[in-house]
Design a binder for this molecule. Structure first.
Ligand code: PHE
Ligand code: NA
Length: 452
């Protein structure tokens, strides 16, 4: 039996976990989500979700990975033979995400290049949709778009390179470079953004609390959705990563560090994005609320427009899209590692073979999004992942562990035996009762919204 790969150091593991957590969710999902759900008041449900669901689940996943030293499917089957499918199901969700995440990274690579000389011209929206993506009424897929295809291939080369080199020399090495670089880039962007005219109005809009929203269930759902997606919970990632931890590891502490680091990146991104939106509002004499956007629209339509109006626009644009690439790649590596580890164990094949099989299949599927119809497809798949995938995956996981296998006490014992902070009944209460109830409510509510 080959010895299980291990992280080179505690900081290596933490950087990889933070690298997985910090992604597009922090940069383009959090700011608008907070703004739309009560601004400053959103921090109450957000912190509640972080402390009662996000970090407790992270502790649980770290404990599972550390205790069973296996990928997600095998870990679940070691807890209870009947639960292997829970792990496979998580792996499947990660697989699906890993087919469209590289597309967004590919766009960002091209936009980092377009930044130099602001090649998107006077009408960035039209440039993105018509010139760059060639979205046309060409049936469902249309033809392959070469300007997307080539950077996508580049992304997969990166992914294959780092994953092929293994846990320490590949994943850890990449994150040791990407995450510190990302932090530096973030800080430069935020400082620059804060010194733009109108920045203060942006921050004012972002932080101004609307306390009346606190009683609204949908605000709480938004907070939970953000926390789960943002912390990469219930996607088999954190179980896989923690399975490479050495025996002596303070897992509870690591979970707190990961959770707070991710939220810090989120707050920083919120400040940066809204300072820039404040500048946009100032330039166009509109209220900030008129220019708020998120996701693809924010990054590839609104931001190029603002960037063009900034001093040193090429530099600033390059940094912004560069940060998307760094944040995206480190998350992408973590999603793909889930199925590589799972396939490797299940079929007793080498890492290289599992990578060829899993990564190869994901790469092939990803080409569907590199077509003229790709944007549409990406929107649809992303919608389902965000509205059902995240909550359902979390719900299935806690119910399986807490109620079906009744494994919480056992896991608590394991975590406590190696961690400084000891888990109390609060931990079991959060996972066994509070979180499943909220996630269940979330599923039903999203479903009712959709059929109405
Ligand atoms: N946590 C990442 C983010 O905030 C997104 C992600 C989700 C990454 C699921 C991997 C898997 O952007
Ligand atoms: Na995140």
């Amino acid at each position: 039996m080959e010895q299980r790969s291990q992280w080179g150091s505690r900081i290596g593991f933490l950087l990889a976990a933070i690298g997985s957590a910090v992604g597009l969710g922090n940069i383009w999902r959090f700011p608008a989500t907070a703004f739309d759900n009560g601004g400053g008041a959103f921090f109450v449900p957000y912190l509640f979700a972080l402390l009662t669901a996000g970090i407790p689940l992270l502790i649980m996943e770290y404990t599972i990975g550390h205790k069973y030293r296996s990928s997600s499917p095998r870990s679940f089957s070691k807890i209870n033979k009947k639960m292997e499918w829970v792990g496979w199901w998580q792996v499947l969700i990660s697989f699906v995400i890993s087919t469209y995440y590289p597309i967004i990274i590919a766009w960002s690579i091209m936009y980092a290049y377009f930044s130099i000389g602001t090649k998107w011209g006077d009408d960035p929206t039209n440039f993105f949709v018509a010139d760059f993506l060639e979205v046309a009424d060409a049936g469902v897929f249309g033809s392959i778009v070469p300007s997307v295809l080539f950077p996508v291939i580049l992304v997969w080369i990166f992914v294959f390179f780092f994953l092929g080199r293994g846990v320490k020399k590949g994943i850890e090495f990449a994150n040791r470079i990407f995450i510190p670089a990302l932090l530096v880039v973030f800080i430069i962007i935020v400082v620059r953004a804060l010194t733009l005219p109108g920045a203060i109005d942006g921050l004012d809009a972002f932080f101004k609390p609307d306390w009346s929203r606190i009683a609204d269930g949908s605000v709480w759902i938004a907070a939970y959705g953000q926390i789960f997606f943002s912390l990469s919970i219930a996607f088999a990632i954190m179980i896989t990563y923690s399975s490479y931890l050495p025996k002596k590891s303070d897992i509870t502490n690591n979970a707190f560090i990961t959770g707070f680091a991710n939220s810090s990146f989120e707050l920083l991104a919120g400040i940066g994005v809204f300072a820039v939106l404040g500048f946009m509002a100032y330039q166009t004499s509109q209220p900030v609320s008129e220019v708020v956007a998120d996701g693809v629209g924010l990054a590839f339509m609104v931001f190029p427009e603002i960037i063009s109006q900034m001093p040193a626009s090429s530099f600033f644009g390059f940094l912004f899209f560069g940060s998307l690439v760094l944040a995206g790649l480190s998350s992408m590596i973590s999603i793909s590692e889930t199925y590589i580890a799972a396939v490797q164990e299940k079929f007793s094949v080498s890492r290289g073979k599992a990578l060829m099989l899993g990564g190869g299949l994901a790469a092939l599927v990803s080409l569907l999004y590199a077509t003229q119809g790709g944007l549409n497809l990406l929107d649809t798949v992303d919608y389902f992942i965000n509205n059902y995938g995240v909550a359902l995956a979390g719900l299935v996981e806690v119910v399986a562990i807490a109620w079906f296998a009744r494994a919480l006490k056992d896991l608590q014992h394991h975590a406590d035996s190696i961690s400084d902070i000891k888990l109390g009944v609060w931990w079991r209460f959060c996972l066994g009762f509070l979180t499943p109830i909220v996630l269940g409510y979330m599923m039903v509510k999203n479903f009712l919204n959709d059929i109405n």
